[in-house]
Design a binder for this molecule. Structure first.
Ligand SMILES: [Zn+2]
Length: 447
């Protein structure tokens, strides 16, 4: 073939031209099929736009983003111009907000994976469940999630699949398997001794726990999740009982921070909450039995509290039907109301709070139902929205990229009908979702 290119023969020149043309066609086809976000800048016109930082509702605003899906300008429609060729999106009848963030999800699990039913679910099947739930979560308006606990690094695979554009889903920070003591909430205690079964994240003692942090980071974790106290959906333990010791948690926090990872600690129990905060853990998940001393410590250390106060309703109403253990339902009955009362008290005491729901305990996509619970238990709508935007972004270390509609942030935009500041329920019916400048859903355009 080289001879052909070297020849002056016109027939060979014709072949060469055809080859060049076919390569050009291929290149063009690739450009055309690449998502819009990476091909053209755009401008979203919002009838109303919630400035989540100030809590002010602005009218007639435009969000301009570039071809990389990064916001370049936000301002009044009359004075904010988009570059020529920008794709314009009309949401003049809607209220825009930044994409929401849930800092406590389990995308690879469904409610029916609790109890003994879960033993029949393979790791590959969990990954497929994760693909389904990633889509549901994104389409519900949650453009970023922190996933805190999954088997077989299915969460790492999910994150990579989403980032590669293979499947639809939110941006993810993932923990891999959660770390915990033998027989604790993060172990798997359903089978008797002769099966010799333990969960992947079990590590007892400070050095074993350090080694497990290193292993988890090696296989792709963005953060470390641990179980400091007992839990509700586990067998044979009590939510209020301490599990990891202060010494173990200090080792975990030090090792994780050294490797540039934050630590989220599952902690219902009063003592475990305090031990975790003193150990330097970054967020307390559930926080159910926190007392005044725990609240004061959280404020002093700048520790975030994550109260999952929606799923109590689901566990009590649907838990038995989906296979949750009878002991789990009993535990929830004792702890659910206390958790909500302590949520109100901690909020009124000025503790930092981020929005996390424990999705997977209840069906994915219902995450926003927690806003109404937060309002019912003492927050104003803007407090709940800030917990799911600027505060959540601060906790996960992504304040410069997500949680606000500001220049240099990802163009992650959602829109609803109505005013979420007067009725937070409107967030349960998100009608427009854009992630990184690409439209995921737009129910407004259908009208
Ligand atoms: Zn959880």
């Amino acid at each position: 073939m080289l001879q052909g290119f070297a020849s002056d023969d016109s027939k060979h020149r014709g072949n060469l031209m055809r080859r060049i043309l076919s390569i050009l066609c291929l290149v063009l086809a690739v450009i055309v099929t690449t998502p819009l976000a990476f091909a053209a800048p755009g401008a979203v016109r919002c009838g109303k736009l919630l400035d989540v930082r100030s809590g002010r509702m602005l009218t007639d605003q435009v969000i301009v983003f570039d071809a990389n899906g990064t916001i370049t300008a936000v301002g009044p429609a009359a004075s904010t111009s988009a570059p020529s060729g920008a794709v314009s999106i009309d949401l003049s009848s809607a209220t825009c907000l930044p994409g929401l963030i849930d800092v406590h999800t389990h995308l690879t699990g469904d409610p029916n994976s609790s109890g003994y039913q879960g033993l029949g679910i393979s790791v590959p099947r969990e990954a497929i469940t994760g693909a389904k739930n990633a889509r549901l979560t994104l389409r519900a308006g949650f453009t970023t999630v922190r996933n805190v606990g999954a088997s077989g690094y299915t969460d790492v695979a999910l994150r990579e699949g989403i980032d590669a554009g293979d499947i639809e889903g939110p941006r993810m920070l993932v923990s891999g398997p959660p770390l915990g003591i033998t027989g604790g909430h993060c172990d798997d205690n359903l089978l008797p001794f002769e099966y010799h079964h333990k969960a992947e994240g079990v590590a007892d003692g400070p050095w074993a726990a350090r080694a497990k942090v290193r292993e988890t980071v090696k296989y792709g974790a963005d953060l470390i999740k641990i179980c400091a106290s007992g839990g509700v959906l586990s067998k044979g333990d009590q939510p209020g009982t301490p599990q990891y010791t202060l010494e173990e948690m200090q080792a975990i926090a030090e090792e994780a921070h050294k490797l540039g990872r934050k630590v989220a600690a599952h902690a219902h129990g009063t003592q475990s909450i305090k031990d975790a905060i003193r150990a330097g853990i970054d967020s307390i998940e559930h926080s159910s039995l926190i007392d005044d001393e725990g609240i004061a410590l959280a404020k002093q250390h700048g520790t975030y509290l994550v109260f999952d106060i929606y799923n109590d309703d689901f566990i009590l109403q649907e838990g038995a039907k989906v296979g949750m253990l009878p002991e789990s339902i009993e535990k929830e009955k004792k702890i659910g109301r206390l958790q909500r009362e302590n949520f109100r008290h901690a909020f009124q005491s000025g503790a930092k709070m981020a929005f996390g729901t424990d999705s997977g305990v209840y069906p994915h996509g219902d995450n926003a139902k927690q806003f109404a619970k937060m309002v019912e238990w003492g927050m104003k709508p803007i407090d709940g929205i800030q917990a799911a935007t600027i505060r959540a972004a601060d906790l996960i270390g992504w304040s410069a990229k997500v949680g606000a509609l500001e220049p240099d942030h990802f163009a992650d935009v959602i829109a609803v009908s109505g005013d979420p500041l007067s009725d937070v329920h409107v967030l349960e019916s998100v009608k427009f979702v854009m992630k990184n400048g690409a439209i995921v859903r737009n129910d407004f355009s259908a009208k």
